[in-house]
Ligand binder design. Structure first.
Ligand SMILES: Nc1ncnc2c1ncn2[C@@H]1O[C@H](COP(=O)(O)OP(=O)(O)O)[C@@H](O)[C@H]1O
Ligand SMILES: [Mg+2]
Length: 354
């Protein structure tokens, strides 16, 4: 649905204020996908999303949306093309002197294609989509942040776009309201077959609803992949930091104070990290492996989280047994869980007894 090819953007080129905001960005976003872009402030996220509707013109490279290369369009064609692309913002950008219904009707009235009664009908439908039927005649100041963003979404969808761009759309909202807006986006993707691009500095947002994610740093995409893969196997330091903010994988305090060595030696216990994914996340793996391999297993830390509603478990266990038994237990874990990492061996008492 969206292809960015070798995109670069330099602000104020040739001057003292020159900023290379984007460098050589290439990516493809599939129809119906929810694609996230995450990065720190100033990384180039807003610049990137504004390329997709040509609110900013790239210095180099081409942008293609739904088979049309935007670089080649005359201003009028570009205006038409933009109707296929809705956008919502962190600050909602509503007209404070207009009612909810008039805010939503605004782009339709500009377009002058529909009669007033058709507009009224369409607004009613959009209010229903975002769950604001009761608020049609209220003013933005009378709404909560979440309700304002729902109006923003309804207005962005007024022209029946194929693509919805979200620039930090939940950054001004509390966590619970953020979740409800993300639920709404997931629901709208389904109902309207939308392609959604979300840019955010909140990893939580990516975790809850993005199919794929790109990490942007200094105007460059440093990592890109399925959300589940990036979360379970981050490659770059920045990505690891972003992921660890929402998924707690730090070694427990206990381990930080215990010496663990790489090699097995007589009487050592193995400290093993396990990652569980999908339906397997709640299988009785620990009990099964303990029984099967005749080892004793203590849980040192563990939690279960969700990535796009998929269960995702993380555990650190300590396995006590003979060298052969531990080896067998590792093989059995590998058969049953997503990822197994032997952190090392500890020869002291069972850690959990400390
Ligand atoms: N209109 C502009 N003129 C000059 N520099 C800009 C403009 N917009 C953004 N920048 C600069 O480009 C870089 C990326 O900005 P931006 O895309 O807004 O980042 P983000 O949204 O990730 O915080 C920053 O260094 C910013 O100062
Ligand atoms: Mg921004």
């Amino acid at each position: 649905m969206i292809t960015l090819q070798d995109i670069g953007k330099t602000y104020a080129p040739g001057t003292k204020q020159e900023v290379k905001a984007l460098k050589d960005i290439s990516l493809k976003i599939e129809k119906g996908e929810i694609f996230g872009v995450i990065g720190l402030s100033g990384a180039g996220k807003s610049t990137l999303i504004r390329m997709i509707n040509f609110l900013e013109i790239p210095t180099t490279g081409t942008v293609e949306v739904d088979g049309v290369i935007l670089n080649s369009l005359a201003p009028r064609e570009l205006r038409n093309m933009r109707r296929k692309i809705g956008m919502i913002f962190q600050s909602f950008n509503l007209l404070s002197s207009a009612t909810v219904a008039d805010n939503i009707a605004f782009p339709l009235r500009l377009e002058k294609k529909l009669s007033e009664s058709e507009i009224k009908e369409r607004v009613q439908y959009l209010l229903g989509l975002v769950g604001l039927e009761e608020k049609a005649n209220m003013y933005p100041a009378q709404l909560s942040g979440g309700q304002k963003q729902r109006v923003g979404i309804a207005r962005a969808l007024a022209g029946d776009p194929k693509v919805l761009l979200c620039d930090e759309a939940t950054s001004a909202l509390d966590p619970k309201t953020t979740s409800s807006i993300l639920e709404l986006l997931l629901d709208l993707r389904q109902k309207l077959n939308l392609t959604i691009v979300i840019i955010t500095h909140q990893m939580e947002v990516i975790k809850e609803c993005c199919d794929r994610v790109a990490v942007i740093d200094g105007g460059v995409i440093t990592e890109m992949g399925r959300t589940i893969d990036v979360f379970t196997n981050p490659q770059k330091e920045l990505t690891r930091r972003l992921v660890s903010a929402v998924i707690h994988q730090e070694l427990p305090e206990l381990l930080a104070h215990t010496e663990i060595v790489k090699e097995y030696h007589e009487g050592a216990k193995a400290v093993i990290e396990l990652l569980f994914l999908g339906p397997k996340a709640d299988a009785p793996v620990i009990v099964d492996v303990a029984k099967e391999c005749q080892v004793s297993i203590s849980l040192l830390s563990g939690n279960i989280d969700h990535i796009q509603k998929e269960p995702f478990g993380h555990m650190i266990v300590e396995v006590a047994g003979s060298k052969e038994e531990i080896k067998k237990a590792i093989v059995e874990f590998e058969r049953r869980v997503h990822k197994v990492e032997v952190l090392g061996y500890d020869e002291r008492k069972q850690l959990s007894e400390f």
